[in-house]
Design a protein around this ligand. Structure first.
Ligand code: MN
Length: 200
């Protein structure tokens, strides 16, 4: 089987002013398309050709850098587009609200921990909110790694933030903390809540 670039559920300019249309267009049509194409090239003619993306990630040979980088890039961006939406449509379930309070004391404390994980990830990588051992957990991974990989930080991601410079540099330049704050304005808590209820 081969993978296709997932379509966005919203237009490239839908997240403005928080994430600009030009960044979204390049990020989706160039970067994500690139990971998708290279993932297909990496699995062609191998046993991975018959696996779904979750099995590819969980059974990954971490020394296979082409597969590691591009399977990660494909999955991570697919999740990233899903967990964003214009702010007016964001509703968090009571179930997820309680879980955030249980795991982090308060939403504000969760936001601080998540933002710190994203801000302090050196170089390129991702920050994650995961369901791990029945609790919520925040972690970060380098490059296109993710928690589902054998050497990942563990758990099932329900929210991910791309902190590669290609995700924010056109609009925010070196101001990664401003981009992280902006991300919180466009998180699709309805989708994150749904993912939480499916994992938990
Ligand atoms: Mn990216």
């Amino acid at each position: 089987m081969s993978f296709n670039l997932p379509q966005l559920e919203y237009s490239y300019d839908a997240l403005e002013p928080h994430i600009d249309a030009r960044t979204m267009e390049i990020h989706h049509s160039k970067h994500h398309q690139g990971y998708t194409n290279k993932l297909n090239a990496a699995i062609e003619g191998t046993e991975n050709e018959s696996k779904n993306i979750l099995d590819i990630l969980s059974e990954l040979d971490m020394s296979n850098m082409a597969l590691r980088n591009n399977a990660g890039g494909y999955y991570n961006h697919k999740l990233f587009w899903e967990v964003m939406n214009p702010a007016s449509e964001n509703i968090m379930s009571d179930e997820l609200k309680s879980a955030i309070v249980d795991s982090f004391s308060s939403f504000e404390n969760f936001k601080d921990i998540f933002s710190k994980a994203a801000a302090t990830r050196f170089g390129s990588g991702w920050a994650w909110l995961c369901v791990k051992n029945g609790k919520l957990d925040v972690c970060s991974t380098p490059n296109q790694d993710n928690p589902l990989m054998p050497d990942g930080c563990g758990g099932t991601p329900i929210l991910g933030l791309d902190v590669w410079e290609h995700a924010y540099y056109l609009n925010y330049q070196n101001r990664r903390p401003d981009y992280i704050n902006a991300f919180f304005e466009v998180i699709n808590w309805g989708v994150v809540s749904k993912k939480y209820s499916q994992v938990n």
